[in-house]
Design a protein around this ligand. Sequence first.
Ligand SMILES: [Zn+2]
Ligand SMILES: [Zn+2]
Length: 539
Amino acid sequence: MGLQSPLRCRAYGVDHDGICLLIELGVHRVLLDCGLSDLSVLQRELADHPPDFVFCSHAHNEHVQGLMQLQTCYPELPIYMSEVTLTLVAANQDSVALPLNLHSLPWRSPIQIPHSPLQVQLFPAGHLPGAAAILLTYSTPERTYTVLYTGDFCRTNFRLTEGLNLESLRGAAPDVLILEGSYGTTQYPHHRQQEKQFLAALDHQLSQGRSILLLTPALGLAQEILVLLRSHHQFTGRDLDIWVDEPIAQVCDIYLEVVSHLPTAIQNFARHQPLFWDTQVLPRMQRLNHPPILRSGQSPRIVVSDRWPNWFTPSERRTEPWCVFWPERELQQLSLNPEQLESMPYAAVSYCLTEHNDGPNTLQFIHNIRPQHLVFMHGSPQSLEQLTSLVELQNRYQLHWPRPQSTVEFPLGDRFLQPSPPFSQPYLGEIQETEQHITLRFPANLTIAPQWLEFADTGMVEARWQGNDFCVQSLSQQQLSERILQAAPSPNPLQCVNCQHYRRHICQNSQSTLYQRSVSPEGYCSQYQDKSVESEGLG
Ligand SMILES: [Zn+2]
Ligand SMILES: [Zn+2]
């Protein structure tokens, strides 16, 4: 332990205002993201030794906003990213500005950096289309060194972004893991559950005759919400107008250019109907380029915006009842605060659709990756303090929480014993018996096991006696749907007209032999799914 190491990290930006870290590998230097709004310190320090290249993890502003300025200082400096990130970043730059030296790298292929002992490999990180984690490998005659940087990441599947796949990185055991801790140790409900609560809240307000101003950041969450409204059975077929403010609409247009990179279910959906702009299939979705149109007609509508719209005046709010939805976790990206929202004379509802790994997911990720050094960034001081004070991390890894303009050294033992996986022991639990319930209690470190996520996916289990043993099994989404159907037989006859996948006499279920065929309302196939049961995927 404590041997001389060629690895060092200099932190320039580590919070939501802008991420920027410089990794040193011997004489080589790599800049991880450049989300600073002020580059003066960075420029001063890099002046006589610019980095070999820049890696841009994804297109959110706090990771890219300094790229243009950096490129102006160093026009030759290559900037690497995924193909989708390149499309998103390039579309966002001023077209008359100098051409950026941007290069896209393929997924999961080790790429040798020309004339250098550095190799890079990109992995889809979830969170946002194109978001990437990077594995840096530095080879010397004595030893190979590895650094894994996650950028923003999420293991949950969203509608437009598949979650980070742990399998591709399991046991990577890098010398250094740099990861975000946005949500600290907080645990959130399963994503489908969050969506359900969100839609129920919208539904409730609409049914009260209120129109909705839905506030969301323009890139990422906005598109997730729009596709959710377009594809979830609770809203499909509904006679409702959804108006989308221009900054969000422009990002939607860029998404349409990269549909072939989005999850298969979305590609299938987009083959049958427009992903966003549609005045035919309900609910209608249109750009809000004529705000006065809002005043015609009285039925409730949804307006989706990334800012407080200037037409949203007190008189507008007087002519019809409005309700404002604001995102609990992303409020800082909207330059509004909860007090402002709550002090105003209309109904305001917060919603929670998480975009980053929550606490249990972060811990599970770390224990599967098994680094020697662990560097936390990108979180509030409270969040990062929660994580760095966990004994289960302190016991296994060397923890770092760099402050801006500080340098972290990574002393490496060349025969450092990687911690062994902690999952092989049996779990000691406790039985609590009351008149109404039996509760089995286990220590929370149960969630560290790689199987936990799948086990806890739906939050439902099934147990049965096997001799004297009581065996608990998790229920998958499909098993759960089957149990619900068995428990409460559908009130609807098993006919196409009552199926989730039936749209205007056409079957939209790619699993069905009737797929894309014209079917009669009385038809039926073995893939029938009752429309009163929530669907897991997209119609
Ligand atoms: Zn992000
Ligand atoms: Zn971020």
